[in-house]
Design a protein around this ligand. Sequence first.
Ligand SMILES: Nc1nc2c(ncn2[C@@H]2O[C@H](COP(=O)(O)OP(=O)(O)OP(=O)(O)O)[C@@H](O)[C@H]2O)c(=O)[nH]1
Length: 296
Amino acid sequence: MPSSVFVALVGRPNVGKSSLTNYLVGEKVAIVTKKPQTTRSRITGVITKGPVQYVLMDTPGIHKAHNKLDARMTQTAAASLKDVDVTMMLFEPEGELTDSELTMIKALQKGGPAIAVINKVDLLDSFAALEQRKRQVADFRCFDAVVTVSAKDGTGCEELFTLLKPYGNEGPHYFDDDAFTDMPEKELVAELVREKALLFMRDEIPHGIAVVVERFKERPDKDLIDIDVDIYCERKSHKGMIIGKGGQMLKKIASAARMDIEELLGVKVNLQCWVKVREDWRDNENLLNTLGFAKP
Ligand SMILES: Nc1nc2c(ncn2[C@@H]2O[C@H](COP(=O)(O)OP(=O)(O)OP(=O)(O)O)[C@@H](O)[C@H]2O)c(=O)[nH]1
């Protein structure tokens, strides 16, 4: 009998939600960078193992809202908890818990069920520190299990499926068995371009950018897709920096993105990137809608 398990991944920014989603899915459905708050909208990863389909919802990290975009990201994270069979809350292997983590734990103590996943164990060399974190998390008494993983090297990740399986509900699968995400190809492409901009640009610009695919067209006569992408930034000076001296920066972003897109789509790609200025797009409701940040 087929069954499905809907799983929300929550946790503080940078804890590794996107990395774990990608590891479990086996494909790059969520972009990963060292900068917190990389994930903006809800991303669904789908894994089908025999009769069981796992649907993972990677959510933006919980944090304080500074502008309307941040507020929508936080709403998206909170809304995810209600629609799922089980929540996986990710933790850093050591360090203080933040206020927003404690708030999320309070929500789980009322709601649930949930599993605690302590990530990045590859970084720890102190067994005692990990044991202490495990005890601390278990003491909240809202987690059915406390497990340790590394989304980087895969330690403990396969076992998560065994843990999640019992939370499933019988019924037909919601996605094709060979699907790995519900994200349209165009959005995946836009996210890959945004990831490269985040990787290569100085800190102050990247969070002010958004990427939209304007054209996505297969050539009828050969195996090639033409993709035109607009990169929106908030200031004219940022536009200059994204383009770079003699177009060097934009070339670097486009060429790294193109390689990932070709790997994702399995076909050669002709990628053209254009940089446009839209002041204050992060606080403009209409623009947020146009750019795909739908209200949850
Ligand atoms: N060493 C190590 N690094 C990890 C692991 N998991 C994630 N990282 C790194 O931690 C950083 C953040 O990872 P993400 O997966 O983007 O984190 P996130 O929770 O999705 O972040 P937001 O999108 O900001 O909410 C990246 O530099 C990852 O490479 C892990 O298991 N071990």
